[in-house]
Ligand binder design. Sequence first.
Ligand code: HEM
Length: 116
Amino acid sequence: MEFVRLLLLFLHLLGMAILVGMFLLSRRAPAGAPLNVGWLHGAALQLVTGLAMQLLAPLTDQDYNQVKLGIKLLVLIAIGGLALTYVIRRVPAPNWLPPTLAGLVVVNVGLAVFWT
Ligand code: HEM
């Protein structure tokens, strides 16, 4: 079971890397480009792997801070909701959107690392 936990954490960290990569890509996107669908893929990976780690905690002998995970989930819902709204509408992504999404990702990294 320890391998499953580590595999999920591994994928969870790759999901974070996808979201950071999307922000870097957005810096090079032409003006008026729609939001990259990769934001949704990264957010979905974070949701699936994060929830799986949380739900498997009794089997992996982990004692996670449930309040922290609840707040991370809310932040991720904000990321996914914003991304879904703009990807579905296929309107040009406003300038404020990628930095806002990236800021929310940084909030979750901060919560993960500093709130034990
Ligand atoms: C943008 C969204 C997210 C980012 C960037 C993120 C980032 C991270 C990072 C960097 C870690 C590693 C922390 C460490 O090993 O010290 C981590 C661990 C973890 N994350 Fe996330 N996370 C996100 C969303 C979520 C969500 C929605 C959940 C579940 C509801 C979740 C559940 C967990 C769990 C269970 C761990 C392992 C234990 C812990 O450090 O609390 N994550 N996350």
